[in-house]
Design a protein around this ligand. Structure first.
Ligand code: MV4
Length: 496
């Protein structure tokens, strides 16, 4: 492939990840950034970067014209959208193509089709994927909704046609709750997506969220790269992902992956993509939604297959053939990913501020994807995920042991993170046994806030005092003066 100029229309860890793939392939990575992201590692690592606006993403990363202008100014041949932001925006995909730039993703038509969850259900039913029984069309009228709900039977899930990933979702236990929850879901969806339409599905109790990774080129080759188990979620945000799923039988895995490949082929899909399924207690699987982008949790699949999904994604966007066939792909060992978020794990509140210490783990089978570093200021404007830690082991047990080690090596101070929550999850009996569903967090796992001991409290008071002294009297940087203290507690075993 001749070297190309590739603009990454994103920020943070995924921009860093895509820049790495560009470098390996000999392409020129180009960045965009908001004024709040000037000092993000993704900007420093690109060959060139353009500012696209102020901190709030509606003024920067989400403004199609600004992104296209930056791409034209830097003479980009292609745009990689990452995940989130404009990655599943059909208007953006069209604008990129109209500007004569390659969109590293599927066609705008496919994005539209899969973005409308009712249209996606219809399309997937037509090509043979099983669906959870539900409404055939979007609804706006609560009386019509109730009629359908009675037919399907309670409990029922209300979902937003324009939603996805659990946004705007409501569980309705009985008829008495229906009208109220329908109205609230409708107003929430209208505000969030500018489209209030809702659809109903029978509630699958204690399901697994299992997704199949796909990749397809423009020559009709479609391959799956096995599944990821994403059932460890909190408030519909994934927390841990792993592959292979500890729940699926070999037989179900084969059926699931084959069904996903066949569906992707039948809809003429091109790009990396993921089909999400709900899997019930009898290993029945149902199509839930399709993501037409690279996903946060793709490293888990890269670990077990050894395939660089981003490099392949770039190749297929430029019309190259996949570098492998289905029979060449094997899944080896076990991988687990931990999403590290700047948040208070007790209250689940996002945290902004300066990272005083940012030491990540290393060693065999350990990978860190991040844009942060010691002294980095976490802006208030974006998602709270600041890093992904992923580990590989020859089997699940080795991956769990490696995960514990790597999480304990991870020292992030200055801002609260969910690292302690991950450590506790790796001690949870059900998680360790691989015997968990989407109900794990909330029913079988409750985060235990660490009680600070006397020494730690003293140390923190001293650290704050020393920091203030240096800042006010010595003019030294806040970061340099306190990082030492941040480490001290860890070294002496005073934390966790
Ligand atoms: C469901 C479901 C049960 N039945 N749909 C969709 C997206 C997502 N993040 C959650 N989703 C679910 N859809 C039907 N018909 C269960 C989930 C679900 C879930 C529900 C309640 C509490 C936690 C959950 C975690 C993952 C999935």
């Amino acid at each position: 492939m001749t070297p190309k100029r590739i603009l990454i229309a994103n920020r943070g860890e995924i921009a860093v990840r895509v820049i790495r793939a560009c470098r390996e392939m000999g392409h020129t990575p180009l960045a965009i950034y908001s004024t709040a992201d000037r000092l993000s590692a993704h900007v420093a690592r690109a060959d060139m970067a353009h500012c696209v606006g102020d901190g709030p993403s509606i003024h920067s990363y989400l403004v199609i014209e600004h992104v296209i202008k930056a791409a034209e100014a830097m003479k980009a041949d292609a745009i990689h959208p990452g995940y989130g932001f404009l990655s599943e925006n059909a208007n953006f995909a069209r604008a990129v193509e109209d500007a004569g730039i390659v969109f590293i993703g599927p066609t705008a038509d496919v994005i539209t089709k899969m973005g409308d969850k009712v249209m996606a259900r219809k399309t997937m039913a037509k090509v043979g994927l099983p669906l959870v029984p539900g409404t055939p069309e979007g609804l706006t009228d609560e009386n019509e909704g109730l009629k359908f709900a009675r037919e399907i039977g309670f409990p029922i899930m209300i979902k937003a046609v324009a939603g996805g990933g659990g946004r705007g979702m409501r569980l309705v236990q009985n008829e008495g709750e229906f009208r109220n929850l329908f109205q609230r879901a409708f107003s929430e969806a209208s505000k969030a997506f500018g489209d209030g339409r809702l659809y109903l599905e029978r509630y699958v109790s204690s399901p697994h969220h299992i997704e199949v990774q796909l990749i397809a080129d423009k020559h009709g080759n479609v391959c799956h790269l096995f599944e990821r188990e994403c059932s460890v979620q909190r408030r519909h945000q994934k927390v841990i992902e792993e592959s292979p799923s500890p729940y699926l039988t070999t037989d179900t895995r084969e059926k699931l992956c084959k069904a996903a490949v066949s569906a992707a082929r039948d809809i003429g899909y091109v790009n990396v993509g993921t089909i999400e399924f709900l899997v019930d207690e009898k290993q029945n699987f149902y199509f839930m939604e399709m993501n037409t982008r690279l996903q946060v949790e793709h490293p888990v699949t890269e670990w077990v297959t050894g395939i660089d999904l981003v490099k392949e994604q770039i190749r297929v966007a430029f019309g190259e053939k996949l570098s492998f066939r289905q029979e060449d792909i094997r899944s080896k060992g076990h991988a687990i990913e931990f999403r590290i978020c700047a948040e208070d794990p007790e209250k689940f509140l996002p945290q902004a501020g300066r990272l005083r210490t940012a030491q990540f783990a290393g060693g065999l089978g350990v990978r860190v994807d991040t844009h942060v570093y010691r002294g980095y200021d976490i802006p208030v404007f974006y998602d709270s995920m600041i890093a992904k830690l992923s580990v590989w082991g020859r089997d699940r047990q080795e991956a769990i042991h490696r995960g514990r080690m790597a999480l304990r090596e991870t020292t992030l101070t200055g801002v609260k993170t969910n690292v302690p929550l991950h450590i506790q999850l790796l001690e949870n009996e059900k998680f360790v046994a691989g015997n968990y569903t989407t109900k794990l967090i909330g029913e079988s796992f409750h985060y235990q806030p660490a009680v600070p001991n006397e020494n730690e409290t003293k140390l923190n008071i001293m650290a704050v005092a020393v920091s203030a002294y240096h800042r006010d009297y010595k003019g030294a940087s806040d970061v340099d003066s306190t990082s030492l203290w941040g480490d001290q507690g860890r070294r002496e075993g005073l934390r966790d």
